[in-house]
Design a protein around this ligand. Sequence first.
Ligand SMILES: [Zn+2]
Ligand SMILES: [Zn+2]
Length: 128
Amino acid sequence: MSSLGQFCPTLNLLSLAIVALLTGCAKEPSMAVLETDAHGYACEKCGAKFYTGQKEFLGGKCPKCGEYALADVVAYKCSADQHITLRLKVSGPAGAAVCEQCGAKLKDAMVSPREKELKAWGAVKTNV
Ligand SMILES: [Zn+2]
Ligand SMILES: [Zn+2]
């Protein structure tokens, strides 16, 4: 019995490592965070939402109202329901994001918004 007791923890550790490796290969989480196909913006003056392509960046000027009031859009992924919440990038306590679906706090869950998520959010593609 003692040999079994020694064997099991090792096996568990091993299978955990294998699972971590497998999921790491399948999803490539670090790449998913860094890689993005679009950049989102929203105007703090007129509320218009925009996005640009992967290699395009809008300056601070809103294409709609012409004010220099554009803010970057960031996405937060809820670990509970995988829902993506898009919002303006706000620093400090006011930047604490909550999941718009379940209300969970989304601290440290920032991801790069994708084109399809920006579209669904109501952003309009803008050419620089
Ligand atoms: Zn505007
Ligand atoms: Zn949620």
